[in-house]
Design a protein around this ligand. Structure first.
Ligand code: NAG
Ligand code: NAG
Ligand code: NAG
Ligand code: NAG
Ligand code: NAG
Ligand code: NAG
Ligand code: NAG
Length: 511
């Protein structure tokens, strides 16, 4: 998971054509039909829940609705006078399930209709769960514009009939708070940005070699490994982030990367290091190592991070400290293990600990490459090195998340948006049963928190509706990127190399 920065010069030509049917939605829904009528949206448009089985006690819907209204009215004063009778006054939301426990595999489908007749005139959202309704509100928000003639919010091309559901249940984005600390406010902003494009898993790579920013009450000296006294998260901060995500339909996947990438653990507890001069990977011969892993995953942690999965890393393990440290070398000999056996032993012991706390496990692909047949069947293998691994993982009957670094690492500045768009998670997997084991994909930004939105269509939209030629979605994507900018997200231009700032003055959609 190293973050090599290869800056090459890749020029991207931006077409100026308008999408044939003028549907400005990103990602494209499963099925869309529309007409030609212009409607106005009442400035204080209301929400109702007539026919809903859901009580919205936590105000998930009510707050989401208000956020959507704020988004569509935020940049201009809506002070026009309504002279039309075609005014949308309300959105009625029908949620069939009373449950609002967010987790992996929750139903996210929805229907959205915007009619042109009715008195009062209202849009209708129908969803199995509140989380499908949240996606519907995002789609609705993308249909609304400020109109400079009427100075009202308008909604064009009605009536709309949209039926939608995600292609994959896991649509992730990785943030790394160990290489660069991210303040809670920034993390919440990332979660907001994710909802705009219907991503649903924030993969929080919390700790690494460089720093251990999070509080672990059972081992309070672990966060002595933070960069500084202030670059830390309390347990309450973590709860705050997880709750913030839950209210927005975004799960938080916590990652504790062992046994490599764990140098920072030993700042507070030096006995976790093989020795003072050789500090990584964690000392396998010391039972204290596993007590600490157990201590991290038990108690508060598993109550805070309630997502079905915990990520245990397992990548880039350089075992040389295990053979060069005499007491570990002795332990290996006593246990008749070489370092490959020991690496496997470490990962499998950690998996057992996580499972005992109720988790399924995600591990980086090196664990599969080294001893795939020994991994617990609850393992989801997270690929990052290349695109040929996923077919092997699913052929072995394990689940898989695809993040090959050549395509979906946001800090590889030479990777073009076309490459992101065309990267197909099911490439090389023809068997339908095996395809279902690919639970989704994830884009990673390890060093550079640019928020980019190029792959969500591949993870959301049905294959048959994905563009064969990325150029045909350029203008729609460019308009979505401008929408993000209007909403305060620093989404980078499509054109130019290394996602640098625009080279020339010009309109947003041409950059
Ligand atoms: C908009 O204006 C029309 C005509 O003036 C009026 O009948 C209608 O009630 C108004 N609608 C709203 C939502 O204000
Ligand atoms: C959406 O509408 C279709 C067709 O009427 C229906 O089969 C489906 O159950 C609806 N979906 C939801 C989430 O309500
Ligand atoms: C860890 O941090 C605490 C409080 O900040 C400090 O008192 C203690 O000396 C530190 N321990 C180590 C091993 O750095
Ligand atoms: C460490 O744990 C192993 C496995 O639980 C156990 O067999 C062994 O006796 C323990 N070693 C020490 C020194 O406690
Ligand atoms: C592994 O770690 C040792 C000791 O820290 C170092 O000398 C060696 O270069 C590392 N190997 C690789 C492949 O990084
Ligand atoms: C480690 O030992 C196993 C047998 O226990 C053997 O299959 C493997 O090749 C050995 N690996 C190395 C790197 O020596
Ligand atoms: C999958 O199908 C494609 C196209 O039909 C074919 O080229 C490829 O060889 C197949 N792969 C496997 C693993 O069967």
């Amino acid at each position: 998971m190293a973050s090599a920065l290869r800056i090459l010069f890749a020029f991207v030509a931006i077409g100026s054509c308008i999408a044939a049917d003028n549907i400005d939605l990103w990602p494209m829904p499963m099925s869309v039909s529309h007409g030609t009528q212009k409607l106005y949206v009442k400035k204080d448009i209301a929400m109702s829940m007539v026919g809903s089985m859901y009580s919205d006690e936590k105000a998930i819907l009510k707050d989401a609705f208000q956020r959507m209204v704020n988004l569509i009215t935020t940049n201009h004063v809506v002070d026009g006078i309504n002279r039309s009778s075609l005014v949308l006054t309300c959105v009625n939301i029908v949620v069939h399930s009373p449950e609002d426990e967010l987790n992996f595999g929750v139903d996210e489908s929805y229907n959205l209709t915007v009619p042109t007749t009715g008195d009062p005139l209202y849009a209708q959202i129908e969803a199995q769960t509140v989380f499908g309704a949240l996606h519907a509100l995002q789609t609705f928000g993308q249909l609304c514009y400020f109109d400079f003639t009427s100075r009202l919010i308008e909604l064009n091309s009605a009536p709309w009939i949209i039926t939608d559901a995600p292609r994959f249940p896991y649509r992730g984005l990785l943030i790394d708070t160990a290489r660069h600390y991210l303040p809670v406010r920034i993390i919440k902003g990332v979660i907001d940005a994710m909802t705009y494009s219907k991503l649903n898993v924030l993969h929080w790579h919390i700790v690494d070699e460089q720093s251990f920013p999070i509080e672990i009450p059972s081992y309070p000296k672990l966060w002595n490994g933070s960069y500084s006294y202030s670059e830390r998260y309390t347990v309450s901060d973590a709860i705050d982030i997880v709750r913030y995500g839950e209210k927005r339909g975004v799960n938080v996947l916590a990652e504790i990367d062992v046994p490599g990438h764990a140098h920072s653990w030993g700042v507070g507890y030096p006995s976790l290091w093989p020795s003072d001069s050789c500090r990584e990977p964690l000392d396998i011969s010391n039972n204290f190592t596993f007590e600490v892993i157990d201590g991290i995953l038990s108690g508060d942690f598993s109550k805070v991070f309630k997502f079905k999965f915990v990520h245990l890393g397992g990548d880039e393990v350089n075992t040389s400290c295990w053979t060069t440290t005499p007491h570990i070398e002795g332990w290996l000999n006593n246990n008749h293990m070489n370092v490959s056996d020991a690496y496997r032993d470490f990962v499998l012991r950690s998996q057992k600990i996580a499972i005992s706390h109720g988790y399924d496990i995600v591990n980086w692909e090196e664990t599969f490459d080294s001893f795939g047949d020994k991994l617990d069947r609850k393992t989801v293998v997270h690929t990052w090195l290349g695109e040929d691994v996923a077919p092997k993982v699913v052929a072995a009957g394990l689940r898989c998340i695809v993040s090959n670094q050549d395509k979906w690492y946001l800090d590889h500045l030479d990777a073009s948006w076309e490459g992101f768009y065309m990267n197909e998670p099911l490439k090389g997997i023809n068997d339908t049963k095996q395809q279902q084991l690919v639970i989704g994909g994830e884009k990673l930004f390890l060093t550079n928190p640019l928020t980019l939105h190029w792959l969500e269509e591949r993870l959301w939209t049905p294959t048959e509706k994905l563009a064969k030629d990325p150029q045909s979605v350029t203008s729609r994507l460019a308009r979505f990127r401008c929408l993000l900018n209007q909403r305060g997200i620093a989404a980078a231009p499509l054109a130019g190399y290394g996602r640098a700032s625009p080279s020339e003055p010009g309109p947003c959609v041409r950059q």
